[in-house]
Structures are given as structure tokens and as C-alpha cells.
Design a protein around this ligand. Structure first.
Ligand code: GLA
Length: 419
């Protein structure tokens, strides 16, 4: 049985995850699910093993587009280790479009020999040698979005080739597929991956065109819900609105994907990037960095490496946060329940000036009484705040800068007699 590298180090966790899969599968379908024999475990139901929490990593597209080569990938792998990205949880290093040039007479896909002279197997080995996992990109149709060879007609050959190279993650696009049925095609691709014998995360990228939140769980581990992100505040606002509608679909094993991060690419302010990252975390989105990791400013590092915000994203309960208060004048309050009973709360300000924002415990599902509050961007405890559910002035209040965010985590204090 092949077990993903991150679980290989921890056999107990791997076994627990596999057992969880059979339980989940049985609950979800209402059918009796046989415990998979050891050799079939990966083929039977790898979803929750592969993505019990939203995948984290780096993808080349947002910053580098088609300008990818093995030097960039090796240097990025080095940077992921040196900057602490890997330690913070970013483990997939994914090459997006344009690594492939043609197919050989045998049907096998060929990596650009100029840009990847050592070949993909050697590159995957290098990435694995750093303790990272290796990802690649393809398309369901005959061509990728950048016009490179797609997978149509070659699902099994490609899956076998990728398994041989040591691929751990594949993003599969939807260009040139207008006449095809997305649930059918992606299920065929999943089955080809399973036949390859290697557990490979399947990142479905059909931009939310075919309602993937209705069918993609159990097919892939993440599915795009929107068109491509751009490095602008307007793009973030638009994507958040669209992705927020599908919170019910997300959970351990399958995640809504509002696209990769733009943090550090230069088109937004520090506050806007913090809001972008906070919202991705509170929506339990995959966190795929999309900036040049070899040249990060201190500000960019402070966002991508904020472990307390990352912990909100990676929380094992796996709930996608929701808007609990929508204020007509540009304020929103988001809440994500966390596994330890605490709540992550993000106060977002879409308006042009500062905004006072507040919340009552009842609005975030907490009982009346005292609760401990911690500011996740300031990295500071804000002390105990008591809301007995009575007076107006008990509400918890913060000041949020324009296009900015205040993100806190709130733990209810243990109930005391008399409360
Ligand atoms: C599509 C995808 C992007 C990227 C490009 C590559 O637009 O949505 O994320 O993969 O194709 O060509």
C-alpha cells in the first residue's frame, strides 16, 4: 500500500485516517462499505487521507505563468524550507501550465526538454528530498488553457506516468471541454489515478461552471468555485462573495477552492493582503501561495507565516466559516467554529474609512458569560470579555481599517456556578 509521505512518518495517524475514511464513506452513502484489504486501501477511498484539512503549498501560475523551469522549482523548494513555509504547513510544490510540450509515439507526455532537462522524475526526487510533495497540472480536454497537450484520450497513460514520476497532486483544468460532462470526466480521471496505485490529490479546476459543490466531493479533494483570481482587491471581494455560497459542501476530504493566493504579488496593500489571507483561512480554503517565495518582504512573510491564522484554516473540524453579520455600510463579521469549541471571528471592512465593528456572543453561537479573546494578527491576548446577553454595551467591539480585517479567536471560559 502506498501512503502519502506526510503520513508515512506517522503510521498511527495514517491508520486512523484510513479507518476514518471507511466510516465516512459508510455514513455518506448509506451503503455498507467493506473494509478495504491492505493492497486496495489507496484505491478504495483515499479522499479523507489525502486532504483531511485544506491542502497547503505553492503553485507557479499566479506569479510566473508559463515561465516555469526546473531551476525555479528547485530554488522554490529550497526557499520553502529556508523561509519556514514547509514548517508552517505548505507542503505541495505544484507546477502549473506549460511544463509539457508534446506526446511521444507511445502516447507518453513529454516535459519541455529545454526547461526541464533533468526530467520530471529527477525534479520530483529533489522536491521529495526536501520533505515536500510534488504537484503538476493537466487538462481534461485535448489541450491545456495555454495550448499544451491535455489529457483527453490519455487518462490512464498519464496517471501511470505521473505515478512513476512521484507526483502527489494534480490540478486538472477544463479548457476545450465545452461538450463534455464534468462529473463524468473528472470521475474517469479519478479512476485513472486510482488505477495508478499512487495516492494523488486531484484538484478540480472547472471554475465552478458545473456546480462542483454538488458532485465533486469523493471525486477530487478540492474544486475551484470561481473564475481565476487577479491580484486586486476587487477580485478578492468578488471571489469571496461567490465562494461563501457553498459552505455546506466543504469538510474533511473535500474543499471549496476560491483559487490560489495573491499575497506578496504587489497589487494590493498590506491590509488588503491580510484580509485576503484571513478570509481564505476562515473559509477553510486551500492555501496555495502564488508569489515568489525566493524574494519575500517581511510583510509578505508575516502574512503567509502567521501560524495562528493558518491554524484556523487547518482546524480539524473542517467547517467553512460563514458571514454571521452583514452590515449595510460595508462591514461583515465572519465566524468559523473550531474543534476545541472556540470560534474564529473576522471583522472585515469593505468601506473607504475606518469602521467600528462589534459582535454579541449569541451571534457566534457562544453561551452568555466570560470568554477569552486573542487577536491573531497582533498575536496578543485581549483578556476576558464578558457578554451576559443582556446589555447593549456588553458587545465585543473593534476598530477595523478600510479594506482591513481584525481577526480574533474566542474561547468560552468554563461555566461557573451562578453564571
Ligand atoms: C486556467 C486556470 C488557472 C491556470 C491557467 C493555466 O485559467 O483556471 O488557474 O491554471 O488555466 O493556463
Amino acid at each position: 500500500m502506498t501512503i502519502p509521505a506526510h503520513l508515512r512518518k506517522n503510521p498511527a495517524k495514517a491508520l486512523a485516517a484510513l479507518l476514518a475514511v471507511s466510516v465516512l464513506a459508510a455514513c455518506g452513502t448509506g451503503k455498507t462499505v467493506k473494509e478495504p484489504a491492505a493492497g486496495q486501501a489507496a484505491a478504495a477511498a483515499p479522499a479523507a487521507v489525502l486532504a483531511p484539512v485544506p491542502p497547503m503549498g505553492f503553485n507557479t501560475w499566479n506569479k510566473f505563468g508559463c515561465n516555469v523551469d526546473e531551476k525555479l522549482i528547485r530554488e522554490t523548494a529550497d526557499a520553502m524550507v529556508e523561509t519556514g513555509m514547509l514548517d508552517a504547513g505548505y507542503k505541495y510544490l505544484v507546477i502549473d501550465d506549460c511544463w509539457q510540450v508534446e506526446r511521444g509515439a507511445d502516447g507518453r507526455i513529454i516535459a519541455d526538454p529545454q526547461r526541464f532537462p533533468a526530467g520530471m522524475k529527477a525534479l520530483a526526487d529533489y522536491v521529495h528530498g526536501k520533505g515536500l510533495l510534488f504537484g503538476i497540472y493537466s487538462d481534461i480536454g485535448p489541450k491545456t488553457c495555454a495550448g499544451r497537450p491535455g489529457a483527453a484520450g490519455f487518462f490512464d497513460i498519464d496517471a501511470a506516468t505521473y505515478a512513476e514520476w512521484g507526483v502527489d497532486y494534480i490540478k486538472v483544468d477544463w479548457c476545450h471541454c465545452d461538450d463534455l460532462d464534468a462529473p463524468t470526466e473528472y470521475a474517469k480521471f479519478r479512476d485513472a489515478l486510482r488505477r495508478s496505485g499512487r495516492p494523488i490529490v486531484l484538484s478540480i479546476c472547472e471554475w465552478g461552471r458545473n456546480d462542483p459543490w454538488k458532485w465533486a466531493k469523493g471525486v477530487g479533494q478540492l474544486w475551484r468555485t470561481t473564475a481565476d483570481i487577479g491580484d486586486s482587491w476587487d477580485s478578492v471581494v468578488w471571489i469571496v462573495g461567490a465562494n461563501s455560497r457553498h459552505a455546506d459542501a466543504a469538510g474533511p476530504g473535500g474543499w471549496n477552492d476560491p483559487d490560489m493566493l495573491e499575497v506578496g504579488n504587489g497589487g494590493m496593500t498590506f491590509d488588503e493582503y491580510k484580509t485576503h489571507f484571513s478570509l481564505w483561512a476562515i473559509m477553510a480554503a486551500p492555501l496555495m501561495a502564488g508569489n515568489d517565495l525566493r524574494a519575500m518582504t517581511e510583510e509578505t512573510r508575516s502574512i503567509l507565516l502567521n501560524k495562528e491564522v493558518i491554524a484556523v484554516d487547518q482546524d480539524p473540524l473542517g467547517a467553512q466559516g460563514r458571514v454571521v453579520i452583514e452590515r449595510g455600510y460595508g462591514g461583515q463579521v465572519w465566524m468559523k467554529p473550531l474543534a476545541d469549541g472556540s470560534r474564529a471571528v473576522a471583522f472585515v471592512n469593505y468601506s473607504k474609512g475606518d469602521l467600528d465593528q462589534y459582535v454579541r456572543w449569541a451571534q457566534i453561537g457562544l453561551p452568555p458569560g466570560p470568554a477569552k479573546v486573542r487577536d491573531l494578527w497582533a498575536g496578543k491576548d485581549l483578556g476576558i470579555h464578558t457578554d451576559m446577553g443582556r446589555h447593549y454595551n456588553e458587545r465585543f467591539q473593534v476598530k477595523v481599517p478600510s479594506h482591513g480585517v481584525v481577526m480574533v479567536r474566542i474561547w468560552p471560559e468554563p461555566a461557573r456556578p451562578g453564571n
